[in-house]
Unconditional design. Structure first.
Lengths: 704, 234
C-alpha cells in the first residue's frame, strides 16, 4: 500500500471527532427529550387530575360509558359526507375502526361518523350554529340472496332490512327496491314513517350497502344497529330487544373543559376507554424551525434532521382521521399507569404523554393525551450542539486533508529519492558520473539525511568503480618496470657462461617472466581499448561480411575445440556505420569467452538478426549457466564468473569489460542471459540502427 | 671506433642490464640518470643513438622534453623511446616528437638489438650513395622496400616508417594475398605487442601510405585472422 493511502486511512481516524460529537449530541438530545416527556407527563397528569375533580366530573358526560358499559362510537368527521349510498368519501375501512358481526355467508360490517353542524355550514360561509349534529352510518352486508320490502305483507318490516334503535324508538329501515330507504316505526300501534332518517340502499356484488343519515337529537344518546335477513336472522352487537347502548362521540363540553388548559405548542385530547377520541384541541399550528427567532440555516436544519430523526420511531397516528387512538402510552394509561412515548411524523419528533382520568370510585374513565413536538426546545438547544458537530466535522476534514497533503508530499519526496537512486546507476549497475548522481538534499529531516547518505554512498561506489576500472592498467604499469629489471637481467644472465642446471633455471625464470608479461599486457588491454576508442573513426562496412569473415576465422582457430556456426538472417547485405576493427575485437572477446566455457565439441552459434530498431548480434554457447546475481556485473572490470582454472592464459574478467567499452562506443547495448533451454549462455549486442549512416558500399571494402 | 649509444634511464638496474648487453655487442654505452645530466652530455658530444625513458625521475614526461631538445640538436640521430607505459597516446606523441621507435621495457634484448642494428643500418644508408640492386630489396607494385637501407618507397616517394612499421610492411608485402596473423607480424617486427598495438600500428602504416596516395588500399584486414597485402587491382 502506498504511503499516501496509508496516511489517508490513518486520517480516517480523525472522523472519530465528529462521531464522538454526534454521540454526545444524541445523548444530549435523548436527555432533553426525556426531560420534555417527563414535563409533558406531569402536565397530562395535572390535566387528568383537574378533569377528575367534582366540578369537571359533572361536565364529564353522564352518558359516557365506563369500561363496563361500552357502546358504539361515532368519530368526528372532518370533511363533508355526501349521502349517496357509496363510501368513496368515507375514510378507508381500517382494521379495528369498524364494527362487524355475522358468519360466512351472512355477515355485516358498519361504521359511524358524527358530522358537526358547523362543518356543514362552512360550505355556505355561514358560521351559524345549526342544532343538527348528524350521525352518518355506513353498512355493508354480505348476503347472497336479497329480498326487498313487500308492501303487501304486514308488519314493521319484511325482507332484508335494518333495525335502528334510539333511546326510545325502534326504527325499521327497508326499501322495496334499491334506492332511498324508508324508516318506519310503531307508535300508538300505528306504523309511521320517520322522515328525518334518510338513507340510500345499493346492491353490490356481494350483497347490499346502505348509507344512513339522521339527526343526533333523534337518538337521545343511545344507538343500536341490527341487520335482519328476510329469514329473520339478526346480526348485531347488542340485542335489539333491550335498551340500546350509549352512543359515544366527541363532546363539546369536554372540549371546553380542555380549553382551560390550552397552551402554545401543546395539544390535549381525551380518549375513552376503548381509545375513542372524546375531546381534542385543534392540532397546534406547526412550528417550523425556520420560523424561530434564532433561525437555523437550512443546511444545518437538514443535517440536524437527518442525524437525529433517522432513529426508528413509530410513526405518529393521525387520529383525527379516524377518531380512534390505540397508542401504547394511551393503553398503559387506561390500565392505570401514566406513560409517555416519542413518535415521528411531519418531519419532526413528537412526544405524547397519557395520564388516566379516574372517577370518584377509582375506575378509569378515560385518558388525557398531551402531545408536543420537540422543535421549540430542541432547535435552540441543539443549534449549539449542531455547531459543535459542524465545526468538529470541518476540523477533522481539514485535518484529514492536511494529513493527506503531508503524506503526498512525503510520498513524493520518497518517490523522488527512490527514482534518483534508481537512475543513479546505469544499465550495467554502475554509478553514473558525478553530475548524474543523486543530488544531496539539503532538507534537515531524516529523508534529507537518507538522501545525503545515499549521495555519499553512491559517490564512494563511483570512486570505487572508477578505481577498479583503472586498477588493472595502473597495476600493469607499475609492475612493468620491475618486470623489465627481471627480464633484462635474465637476458644478460643467458649471455654468461652457464652450466646446464643454471641454464634450465634461467630458462624457467624467463618463461615465468614471459607469462607475467602476457598478464600485464592483458591487464592493460582495457585501457588500451579505451585509448583505441578515443582515436577510432567510424566507417561504413558490411556487417554480414564481417561476421562471415570472423566466423570462418573462428572455425579454423577453434576447430579442435568446438563447432562454430554462423546464422545470418537472410542474404541481404547489411551495411553498418561503425568501427569494424573494434567490433571484431568485441566479438573476439565474446567468442573467446564462449570457447572457454564451451565443453569439448560443444556448439557456438554466431548470429545476426535484423529487428526494427537494431541489429541483434548474438553469441551463444553450450556450457555452464551464469549465476543470476552476476549477470549485470559481468561486464565490469575484474569480474569473472569463471570456475575452472586455465593456467595457460590469464583470466582477469577484462574481456567482457572490453566488449562493453566497444559496445558503448557504438551506443549499443550488451547483455548476457542464460539460454531458454538452460543448456548454455547467450550474449546479445543490440546495435542501434538510428546511427547507421553508412553508405551502401561494395564487397565489404572499407570506405573512406 | 665503436658506436656510441646513450641510455637515459632513471631505473639503474635496467640501465645497467641494457648497458652490459649492448657493450657485449661491442657498443660504447653511456648511461645518464636524468635529463639535465643527459643534456649536458649531449652538449659536449652527440651519441650515435639514444635510448630514452619517457619518465625520468620526477619529470614524468622528461623523456619527451629531452627528445625534443636532442632532435633540435641532431635531426638525423636515431632515438628509441623506452617506457613502462603502454598508452597509445604516449606512443603517438613520442613518435610525433621524432622518435624512431617506441618500445615497452619488457622487450627482449634480442629484439632490442635487432632494432638498434636496423637503425644504424638506416643511418649508414643515408650517408652512402645508392648502390645497385644487389641489396636486399622487395618490390610489389608501387611499393619498394630496401631492407639493407631500412627504408621504403611508395610510388617513388620515401615513406617515413619506423623500423617496426617497416618490418610489418615487409612481412605483409613479401607474400601478397597471404594473411599474416598478429603473431607472425610481431615476429617479423621483432617485437612483442598486444593485439591493439598491432592494430594501431597497421592503422598508422595505412595513414602514412595514404599521405602519399589517398587511394591506398593494399593492406586489407582479414577479420579475426590478421592482415594481408592485396595487390592494387590495376
Amino acid at each position: 500500500m502506498k504511503l499516501s493511502r496509508q496516511l489517508l486511512l490513518l486520517s480516517l481516524l480523525t472522523l472519530m471527532i465528529p462521531w464522538a460529537g454526534y454521540q454526545h449530541l444524541q445523548e444530549m438530545d435523548q436527555l432533553l427529550r426525556d426531560g420534555q416527556s417527563r414535563a409533558l407527563l406531569a402536565q397530562a397528569k395535572a390535566v387528568a387530575t383537574a378533569l377528575s375533580n367534582e366540578e369537571n366530573l359533572s361536565a364529564w358526560p353522564a352518558q359516557h360509558p365506563t369500561q363496563q358499559q361500552t357502546g358504539f362510537f361515532a368519530p368526528l368527521q372532518q370533511g363533508q359526507l355526501v349521502l349517496d349510498g357509496y363510501d368513496g368519501d368515507w375514510p378507508a375501512w381500517r382494521k379495528g375502526l369498524f364494527y362487524r358481526a355475522g358468519e360466512p355467508g351472512f355477515h355485516a360490517r358498519w361504521r359511524l361518523m358524527l358530522q358537526r353542524a358547523e362543518a356543514e355550514t362552512f360550505a355556505n360561509r355561514k358560521r351559524l350554529r345549526s342544532p343538527h349534529d348528524r350521525l352518518f352510518a355506513f353498512v355493508e352486508v354480505n348476503k347472497s340472496e336479497l329480498s326487498y320490502y313487500h308492501p303487501g305483507k304486514n308488519g314493521l318490516a319484511n325482507g332484508d332490512h335494518l333495525l335502528l334503535q334510539s333511546a326510545s324508538q325502534l326504527y325499521a329501515l327497508s326499501t322495496s327496491s334499491p334506492g332511498k330507504i324508508i324508516a318506519r316505526y310503531r307508535a300508538d300501534d300505528q306504523l309511521r314513517i320517520e322522515h328525518r332518517i334518510q338513507g340510500w340502499w345499493r346492491e353490490t356484488s356481494k350483497g347490499y350497502q346502505v348509507e344512513l343519515q339522521l339527526p343526533m337529537e333523534l337518538l337521545a344518546g343511545r344507538f343500536n344497529l341490527t341487520v335482519v335477513s328476510d329469514q329473520g336472522e339478526q346480526l348485531g352487537l347488542w340485542a335489539s330487544d333491550q335498551q340500546a347502548p350509549r352512543l359515544v362521540h366527541q363532546l363539546e363540553s369536554l372540549d371546553q373543559a380542555l380549553d382551560k388548559f390550552r397552551q402554545e405548542g401543546l395539544r390535549l385530547s381525551i380518549s375513552g376507554t376503548q381509545g375513542e377520541l372524546l375531546a381534542d384541541q385543534q392540532p397546534p399550528a406547526k412550528v417550523s424551525y425556520l420560523d424561530l427567532p434564532n433561525k437555523l440555516h437550512p443546511v444545518k436544519a437538514w443535517i440536524y434532521q437527518r442525524l437525529l430523526q433517522s432513529q426508528q420511531l413509530e410513526v405518529l397516528q393521525d387520529w383525527q382521521r379516524n377518531g380512534w387512538y390505540f397508542g401504547d402510552e394511551a393503553r398503559n394509561a387506561l390500565a392505570g399507569r401514566a406513560d409517555s412515548r416519542w413518535y415521528q411524523g411531519e418531519g419532526q419528533l413528537k412526544v405524547r404523554a397519557s395520564a388516566p382520568i379516574q372517577g370518584p370510585d377509582g375506575a378509569v374513565l378515560g385518558t388525557v393525551i398531551a402531545e408536543q413536538s420537540n422543535d421549540t426546545q430542541a432547535s435552540l438547544m441543539n443549534s449549539a450542539l449542531l455547531n459543535l458537530l459542524l465545526y468538529s466535522s470541518l476540523g477533522s476534514f481539514l485535518l484529514g486533508a492536511a494529513l493527506l497533503a503531508y503524506a503526498s508530499w512525503l510520498g513524493w519526496r520518497i518517490t523522488k529519492l527512490s527514482q534518483a537512486a534508481e537512475q543513479a546507476l546505469d544499465e550495467y549497475g554502475r554509478p553514473k558520473p558525478e553530475q548524474h548522481l543523486l543530488p544531496a538534499s539539503d532538507a534537515k529531516d531524516e529523508l534529507g539525511d537518507l538522501s545525503r547518505h545515499h549521495h555519499t554512498l553512491l559517490r564512494r561506489l563511483r570512486a570505487y568503480s572508477d578505481y577498479l576500472g583503472s586498477l588493472s592498467s595502473k597495476l600493469s604499469h607499475e609492475l612493468r618496470t620491475p618486470l623489465a629489471v627481471v627480464k633484462t637481467s635474465l637476458d644478460n644472465l643467458q649471455q654468461c657462461e652457464l652450466n646446464e642446471e643454471q641454464n634450465s633455471y634461467n630458462s624457467r625464470a624467463l618463461q615465468g617472466s614471459e607469462r607475467l608479461s602476457a598478464i600485464l599486457n592483458a591487464m592493460g588491454a582495457a585501457s588500451q581499448v579505451e585509448a583505441a576508442i578515443q582515436s577510432a573513426e567510424k566507417e561504413a562496412f558490411r556487417l554480414d561480411q564481417l561476421l562471415g569473415d570472423l566466423a570462418m576465422a573462428y572455425r579454423d582457430t577453434f576447430a579442435n575445440r568446438c563447432q562454430v556456426e554462423l546464422e545470418l538472417d537472410d542474404q541481404a547485405e547489411i551495411h553498418y556505420w561503425g568501427a569494424p576493427e573494434l567490433l571484431a575485437q568485441a566479438l573476439d572477446k565474446l567468442i573467446e569467452n564462449a570457447v572457454d566455457f564451451c565443453p569439448q565439441g560443444g556448439r557456438i552459434t554466431l548470429s545476426l538478426t535484423d529487428s526494427p530498431a537494431a541489429y541483434r548480434l548474438e553469441v551463444e554457447n553450450d556450457g555452464p549457466l551464469l549465476p543470476d546475481l552476476l549477470s549485470e556485473q559481468l561486464f565490469d572490470s575484474l569480474v569473472s564468473v569463471r570456475e575452472k582454472t586455465d593456467s595457460e592464459r590469464p583470466h582477469l574478467g577484462l574481456g567482457l569489460r572490453i566488449v562493453q567499452l566497444i559496445v558503448e562506443f557504438h551506443q549499443a547495448k550488451v547483455h548476457a542471459k542464460n539460454r531458454a533451454d538452460l543448456g548454455g549462455v547467450r550474449f546479445t549486442i543490440m546495435l542501434p540502427k538510428g546511427l547507421n549512416r553508412g553508405i551502401p558500399g561494395s564487397a565489404g571494402e572499407v570506405l573512406p | 671506433m665503436p658506436r656510441h649509444i646513450v641510455i637515459v634511464e632513471d631505473e639503474v638496474a635496467i640501465a645497467a642490464n641494457y648497458q652490459e648487453a649492448l657493450q657485449r655487442q661491442g657498443f660504447q654505452v653511456s648511461h645518464y640518470i636524468d635529463r639535465p645530466s643527459a643534456l649536458q652530455a649531449f652538449n659536449e658530444a652527440l651519441p650515435d643513438l639514444a635510448i630514452i625513458d619517457v619518465g625520468l625521475g620526477e619529470e614524468i614526461e622528461g623523456g619527451f622534453d629531452l627528445c625534443r631538445q636532442l632532435r633540435a640538436q641532431a635531426p638525423q640521430l636515431p632515438i628509441i623511446f623506452l617506457t613502462a607505459r603502454d598508452s597509445e597516446l604516449d606512443m603517438i606523441s613520442g613518435l610525433r616528437l621524432g622518435a624512431d621507435d617506441y618500445l615497452t621495457k619488457d622487450i627482449s634484448q634480442a629484439h632490442m638489438l635487432a632494432r638498434i642494428v636496423a637503425l644504424f643500418r638506416r643511418m649508414d644508408a643515408l650517408q652512402e650513395p645508392e648502390q645497385d640492386a644487389e641489396e636486399n630489396c622487395l618490390q610489389r607494385g608501387a611499393l619498394d622496400i630496401n631492407l639493407d637501407r631500412m627504408h621504403a618507397r611508395w610510388q617513388e616517394q620515401l615513406l617515413d616508417l619506423t623500423v617496426t612499421e617497416l618490418w610489418i610492411v615487409h612481412a605483409l608485402a613479401k607474400h601478397p594475398g597471404h594473411v599474416k596473423n598478429r603473431q607472425q607480424l610481431m615476429d617479423a617486427a621483432n617485437v612483442v605487442l598486444d593485439d591493439n598495438t598491432i592494430t594501431s600500428h597497421i592503422k598508422r602504416i595505412r595513414k602514412k601510405f595514404q599521405q602519399i596516395d589517398p587511394e591506398f588500399r593494399c593492406i586489407a584486414t582479414a577479420y579475426g585472422m590478421g592482415y594481408r597485402w592485396q595487390e592494387a587491382s590495376e
